[in-house]
Write a protein that binds this ligand. Structure first.
Ligand code: ZN
Ligand code: ZN
Length: 542
């Protein structure tokens, strides 16, 4: 943890130890071997930073203070109790030694803080570089290290929204390729980082003209267009383009072309802003962008604004779905379209601070079962109990097991407006009008899986589609239903909204309100599923 200045710290510290770099103060006894560890880590950190930045530090005396209690530590520094230590330009403060002993390796904790101590002496490095170096050399680098927000980087002006992702891997890349010194001497290194990330991140291809609009207007604020035509390939630096599509023929700048590739990081297409690049080919307009930027936007279309932990649940679900399509549609011209049959994607207008925050906090995380990406299902409101996959469709999927949507004395999704039992009436007259006389539900578990219509069996989805076409999509909002024959028709009582398989979204919101985090919520609804960073997600190739 890095802090520039500490105004006033007042401690009781009974015992003092001297070591080669200065003095150690503590209320508790620190063993000789621990003092040795402090000394060695302090010197090791010094050597590492001197080497890395090709410089020599002057010998100054440091004061290392172990606070008396975690309470005192968090109160004085205003930080989370999990933080082990804090360094300033002249002092390093630690949690009580008895607390540190219960954490991981003492050596790693000391080394980490001393690395910060020496890096701070260089001055003017952005926090993601500082933290990246300290994590790397203290070997506190692992896939569960969440770096960005716990260390408060969101407030730093240099670390704007576009530069969050994989920052620690970027630093690691620079260190391992021995590029750190030269990149840091270039004042434009944030730009270097941004460009690296953009070029190397996993990208998704989103069809953004699913309705095959004939006229497209494209505006660029940076970058250029590469146009491929029968006369060859050429670059155009205009900021505005009008494109006409006639079937598979493409016209731009008064000529017919094969395809146009807009190489930029942001563009406006028919008044909508998008991140990433745009490719026009055949009759398709395809937005190519890092997956994380894509989920910035879709997460808000898939779940109402709510508790951050519930939105993180959705972030992981949406990202998993994105990777699932990217894998299964590798040989198709695009991975997903921008409509709800993939995930609704409306570009940058749907992004906000909360959606970015939940993507950044879960960077690269997807759901796997026995090592494979799972097909993702979720629905709005389960109505009290989620469904087994085979009770709704034909596939048995071991991770989609029925689960009481209930915790701590109440149903999780009872905050949903769809939770309360609803009623519908199918009149005989209506049924006659679509050629039906008699209806019977066939259950699997609690869910209606099939319907016997005048002696013929059809799936519930088919039946529902027939009804919805005329009475609207929300006439039968779920498959959690009872049916009762009355004189002039059928009384249907139902609960919830959606198919009920997988995560109950309102249930996730309910659990988040009860203090559960996104990992706990995901494992509450999904049996035996793991949350993993996608293997190829790290753009730096580690
Ligand atoms: Zn740190
Ligand atoms: Zn539920």
């Amino acid at each position: 943890m890095i802090f520039i200045s500490i105004l006033f710290v007042n401690f009781l510290h009974g015992i003092e130890y001297s070591f080669i770099g200065g003095i150690v103060k503590s209320d508790e006894v620190i063993s000789t071997s621990e003092i040795e560890l402090i000394e060695n880590s302090y010197l090791e950190a010094k050597n590492i930073i001197e080497d890395l930045f090709k410089l020599k530090f002057k010998n100054e005396k440091v004061e290392i203070v172990f606070l008396s209690s975690t309470y005192e530590f968090t109160k004085n520094f205003g930080v989370d109790y999990k933080i082990g230590g804090i360094s300033t330009r002249n002092n390093v403060y630690f949690q009580p030694i008895r607390v540190l002993r219960t954490k991981s390796d003492l050596r790693k904790i000391f080394l980490h803080e001393f690395l910060h101590f020496w890096i701070d002496k260089i001055g003017n490095l952005p926090d993601f570089i500082n933290e990246g170096i300290a994590l790397y050399y203290s070997k506190l680098f692992n896939k569960n290290t969440t770096l960005i927000f716990p260390e408060g980087l969101e407030d730093k002006e240099i670390f704007t929204e576009d530069y969050y992702f994989s920052s620690k891997e970027f630093v690691r890349y620079l260190i391992e390729k021995k590029l750190l010194h030269s990149v840091l001497s270039n004042s434009n290194y944030v730009e270097v980082y941004r460009k690296f990330y953009f070029e190397n991140a996993d990208k998704i291809r989103v069809l953004v003209n699913p309705r095959k609009e004939r006229e497209l207007s494209v505006k660029l604020s940076s970058g250029y267009a590469t146009i491929f035509s029968k006369d060859g390939e050429f670059e155009v630096k205009n900021s505005q383009f009008k494109i006409l599509m006639e079937g598979k023929r493409i016209f731009v700048l008064g000529r017919e072309v094969f395809s146009i590739h807009f190489k930029t990081d942001k563009f406006i297409l028919n008044d909508r802003s998008y991140r990433g690049e745009l490719l026009i080919t055949n009759e398709l307009a395809i937005n190519i962008l890092p997956v994380e930027y894509y989920v910035y936007s879709v997460v808000n279309s898939e779940i109402p604004p709510s508790e951050l932990e519930a939105m993180k649940v959705q972030a992981v679900l949406s990202r998993t779905l994105a990777y699932y399509f990217m894998r299964s549609r590798k040989n198709e011209p695009y991975d997903v379209n921008s409509l709800t049959d993939s995930q609704s994607y409306r570009g940058m207008s749907e992004e906000n601070q909360q959606s970015k925050r939940c993507i950044i906090d879960t960077e690269g995380e997807i759901l796997t079962f026995a090592g494979s990406i799972i097909p993702v299902y979720f629905s709005s409101t389960c109505g009290g109990k989620t469904a087994n996959s085979e009770d709704v469709w034909n596939d048995y999927l071991p991770f989609y097991r029925s689960k009481d949507c209930f915790y701590n004395g109440e149903t999780n999704c009872n905050i949903s407006e769809h939770f309360k039992e609803w009623e519908r009436f199918l009149t005989n007259d209506f049924l006659y009008s679509i050629g039906i006389t008699n209806v019977e539900f066939v259950y699997s578990g609690e869910r209606v899986k099939r319907v016997i219509v005048d002696g013929r069996i059809e799936s519930f989805d088919v039946f529902k589609a027939r009804i919805s076409k005329i009475l609207g999509w929300n006439f039968l909002k779920s498959n959690f239903l009872t049916i009762e024959k009355k004189e002039n028709g059928y009384l249907i009582k139902g609960r919830g909204l959606g198919h009920g398989v997988g995560v109950c979204q309102y249930g996730a919101i309910g659990l988040a309100k009860k203090g559960k985090n996104y990992r706990e919520i995901l494992s509450f609804y999904l049996s035996g599923v793991e949350i993993e960073k996608f293997k190829n997600q790290n753009p730096w190739g580690f």
